[in-house]
Design a protein. Structure first.
Length: 293
């Protein structure tokens, strides 16, 4: 009797998981644009894994020169070789950058300005999950905010001139629905020197909210330049970031659920790709997209 009940419960759970997964995948946005990018140059940060890797692969498939901007160069080189092999596009290169380190960001940007004549697409994708305890970078910045926001803020501003001269061009900032976890944001205390350090998910949410606010302000400053800036929530996507950094029981359970029911990396990259290439958003700027809408 007990065995039958357990079997019934397990079967019901499996059916529920499969149903949720089917519905979530079915309604997920997909980029259907056939835009070719031959002669265009794109940079994707954090392209050695996850959403960034699949975004870079798609842009390469369309013929773009794609620069994988990554902290782990050795890993990124393997990804670049895989992208070349699967797309037939050999114009895929790796450049080192650690978005948590402003010195590294400056060096990367200066190298791009010295070696590249154009930049049409900048996808600010690199990121990390929140830390349980306050940790500062060498620049004295809280590491989650530095990695997810400050590094990309600096990078984008240093490359704005090149984006403008290459226009029409686009900036895509990968944010998250986690911005909803912020009930407030003290812009004068982003390092939590005055306020208590919150939970890791809230810290992550702060950085993702900063991505969105940056996007909105940047879009206003770029009015009339033919450079657009939009932000994106990719959805619940199972990637390496789930297990990076500090883990706990809640984070592990969440990662398991996303693995069971969430999007894979290719599906998770669709809205980033959509904002980077689709004709439908040629003149759209300052918006926040989920599932290609």
């Amino acid at each position: 009797m007990v065995c039958c009940v357990v079997t019934t419960v397990v079967a019901a759970v499996v059916v529920l998981i499969l149903t949720v997964k089917f519905i979530y995948h079915y309604q997920s946005g997909r980029c259907t644009s056939k835009t070719r990018l031959v002669g265009k140059t794109a940079i994707v940060t954090g392209a050695s894994a996850g959403i960034g890797k699949e975004t870079a692969r798609d842009l390469a498939q369309r013929g773009a020169r794609v620069i994988l901007a990554c902290r782990n160069v050795e890993k990124a080189e393997r990804v670049a070789e895989d992208i070349k092999k699967t797309t037939g596009n050999t114009d895929v290169v790796v450049r080192e950058v650690d978005t948590s380190d402003l010195t590294s960001v400056r060096k990367f940007a200066e190298d791009i300005l010295r070696t590249e004549t154009a930049l049409h697409i900048l996808v600010n994708n690199a990121g990390m999950s929140g830390m349980k305890k306050r940790k500062l970078t060498a620049d004295g910045l809280e590491v989650t905010m530095a990695t997810n926001h400050f590094g990309h803020f600096l990078l984008t501003n240093m490359l704005l001139g090149l984006l403008k001269t290459s226009a029409p061009s686009r900036v895509v900032n990968v944010s998250s629905v986690a911005h909803h976890f912020c009930s407030s944001l003290d812009v004068d205390d982003l390092n939590f020197e005055k306020n208590p350090f919150p939970k890791s998910l809230i810290v992550y949410g702060h950085s993702k909210l900063a991505n969105i606010l940056f996007t909105k302000e940047l879009s206003e400053k770029l009015r009339g330049t033919d450079v657009t800036a939009n932000s994106v929530h990719p959805g619940a996507v199972y990637t390496e970031i789930m297990w990076k950094g500090e883990t706990n029981l809640i984070k592990s359970i969440f990662a398991l659920l996303v693995w069971l029911m969430g999007k894979d990396e290719k599906l998770g990259a669709q809205t980033s790709i959509y904002l980077a290439v689709s004709e439908e958003v040629n003149n759209v700027t300052g918006k926040y997209y989920v599932d290609c809408k």
